[in-house]
Ligand binder design. Structure first.
Ligand SMILES: N[C@@H](CCC(=O)N[C@@H](CS)C(=O)NCC(=O)O)C(=O)O
Length: 254
């Protein structure tokens, strides 16, 4: 089972895909695309993109975001001749081709809860974390965003990271003008993660698809020193084992 994942540097969404591959013990190679032209490059690699938009900002998909969605997003997975895009589809593909260890609970009610947490992590938390980090001046990030649980964000070079963050901030409506509002949106999201962690939907006996979806967004938030401190005092912080390390096997607790 040879798998190849297309990613951009420091992407929380891409880390979700590689965590799932590691959990399923599927060997994979990584192709790092340059951040910026990556939607065009992933299309050039034969991925179909999304004819219907998959992302929203403040409840709508503006025309530039719709165009980027049409080109396509990373992570993008090439496996056994198939090309799969979005973590939602990648998760279901991996579960089908490698059912053991399972990422989706067998019990229907539990599965419903886990899939709801997965959807929320994918559609809401992932975008909230992306926008806040893009709105935060890079010099205010820990080590300027050059190091952290997801590696260097956007690019290895500090000057390029600053330029890319400003440009992406325009697309995702995340500039220094709305950083306070984007930051204020985070605590209720962390409350939700805490609640799921207490209920065992997340951080349970075995990790599941919702853990893999949510943990990388917490890792991205931890590049802000204030949120790193905040996370360390919360149940959500327990979910923050180093996401660059191999995931815990089913049944094992940290
Ligand atoms: N929720 C989707 C979307 C992933 C996503 O938004 N990926 C970003 C990288 S973090 C991307 O490809 N962005 C292209 C762009 O906005 O130019 C998933 O998890 O697969």
């Amino acid at each position: 089972m040879a798998a190849k994942v297309y990613v951009i540097r420091g992407s929380h969404a891409c880390r979700t895909a590689t965590l799932m591959l590691e959990y399923k013990r599927i060997p994979y190679s990584v192709t790092v695309l340059p951040t910026g032209p990556h939607p065009m490059l992933v299309r050039a690699a034969g991925f179909p993109g999304h004819s219907t938009p998959i992302r929203t900002v403040d409840g709508t998909t503006h025309s530039q975001l719709a165009m980027l969605d049409r080109f396509g997003t990373v992570p993008a997975l090439k496996m056994d001749g198939e090309r799969i895009q979005t973590n939602h589809e990648i998760a279901r593909h991996l579960e089908r081709v490698r059912p053991d260890p399972a990422m989706f609970p067998a019990e229907p009610e539990r599965r419903r809860d886990v899939e709801e947490a997965e959807r929320w992590g994918d559609e809401e938390l992932q975008m909230a974390a992306r926008r806040l980090l893009l709105a935060t001046p890079v010099e205010e990030l820990r080590e300027g965003g050059a190091r952290g649980r997801l590696g260097p964000l956007l690019a290895k070079s500090d000057w390029l990271r600053a330029i890319l963050a400003r440009r992406a901030g325009l697309v995702f409506r995340a500039g220094d003008r709305n950083v306070d509002a984007l930051l204020a949106a985070i605590p209720p999201l962390l409350d939700q993660v805490d609640e799921w962690a207490r209920a065992g939907v997340l951080d349970g006996d075995g990790l599941n698809v919702a853990d893999f979806t949510i943990v990388p967004s917490l890792a991205l938030l931890s590049y802000r020193p204030d949120l790193d401190r905040e996370l360390s005092g919360r149940p959500a912080g327990r979910l923050l084992p180093d996401p660059t390390a191999a995931p815990r096997p089913v049944g094992a607790r940290a």
